[in-house]
Design a protein around this ligand. Structure first.
Ligand code: VGL
Ligand code: ZN
Length: 200
């Protein structure tokens, strides 16, 4: 019988930790919690936010636009971020304290200049797949636990897409931290409750 549970660690990268370019308060505090949790999972997957230096989600690419403002992209509204997780940079590397040598897959996202990707499953146009859904199905993993950064962006979009794809989904809140832009953390909790995503 295969073990159908998998831990998916979202974007535990230097740029999302204190000192990084899109630092999430307390982001680094999740590292020891996640390391301990990961020991209880036979299967672990990591995601890595992975942007070209001229990525369209960077405020620096839009003259006159400030970080954390919103613009209209062909696929809908997009928050503009400080430059972060540039391909190959130290900021894009995993936090050095992350200790999950048994992780079986690293899935990179956000590498297309014209589309951002919060979710580990679909890019922000909501139709371009990353391939993760097929990977999980082929391996028979159907119980997914999400941790990492940020609770209200990449963890939220990943968990909600997973649920919509028919997986059973748990998010362990103490192993996440939120960016909390315009009430996004509270909105995330409400949305999880509505969708039947277990917040542990
Ligand atoms: C993320 C904003 C931009 C995240 C990634 O990992 O939550 N947020 N890129
Ligand atoms: Zn990003």
């Amino acid at each position: 019988m295969i073990d159908n549970r998998v831990l998916i660690i979202i974007d535990l990268q230097n740029d999302f930790c204190p000192g990084g370019r899109l630092a999430v308060a307390g982001g680094d505090e999740t590292v020891p919690v996640i390391n301990a949790l990961a020991r209880d999972f036979n299967h672990v997957i990591l995601t890595q936010d992975w942007h070209p230096a001229d990525h369209s989600s960077f405020a620096s690419q839009h003259a006159g636009s400030a970080p954390f403002s919103t613009i209209e992209m062909p696929y809908g509204p997009q928050t503009l971020w400080p430059d972060h997780c540039v391909i190959g940079s130290e900021g894009a590397a995993f936090h050095k304290g992350l200790d999950v040598p048994h992780a079986e897959l690293i899935i990179r996202k956000g590498f297309r200049k014209a589309i951002d990707s919060y979710s580990a499953f679909f890019e922000n146009d909501r139709v371009t797949p990353t391939g993760l859904c097929g990977y999980l199905q082929e391996r028979g993993f159907d119980r997914l636990t999400f941790v990492g950064l940020a609770f209200d962006y990449c963890v939220r979009y990943s968990a909600e897409d997973a649920k919509a794809q028919g997986f059973s989904v748990t998010v362990i809140e103490r192993a996440t931290r939120a960016i909390d832009l315009n009430g996004s953390a509270v909105a995330t909790r409400a949305s999880f409750a509505e969708r039947g995503i277990v917040l542990a």
